[in-house]
Design a protein around this ligand. Sequence first.
Ligand code: ZN
Length: 181
Amino acid sequence: MREALVLNASFEPLSTVSLRRAVVLVMRDKAVVEQSHPGLRLRAAHLDIPVPQVVRLRRYVRVPFRQRAPWSRRGVLVRDRHRCAYCGRRATTVDHIVPRSHGGGDTWLNTVAACAQDNHRKADRTPAQAGMRLLTRPFEPTPADALVLALGLRDGTALPEWLAVPGPAAGSAAVPVPASA
Ligand SMILES: [Zn+2]
């Protein structure tokens, strides 16, 4: 099932919705399509619109909470750009810094991308117990990272230029939304 990202009128990412819901927002004139899947169109009896990837609400809605990205294994790999936190080589697994057997949770701050060898070597121990050093500190993804995750992208480079601003993490691919006046 495809999803679309919903931006506030101010361009802040709000949430993702089903493609169907995004189309309804556009059809009801509640939102405009900001970015669509290249070459894909939705066609029905009285309808022929590009398949929306990002829609933006016409009216600003007040949001009480800052958007947080839900934790996922895939999210950790994307956040860490598929780099092993212990050796820097390509990572395909997710390591719990404090192992789950020791009470470590599925959280952004307790998980890092790791190559299979290092994950296996570290096993059921903390980095200190295993004598392994983290090359990078895990962090909570920014709303911009959440945007990349929500769109199912590998990184921010596939986003349109107006969304792409250098982020704090790796400096190249994070994508916060420009502040609009
Ligand atoms: Zn490694």
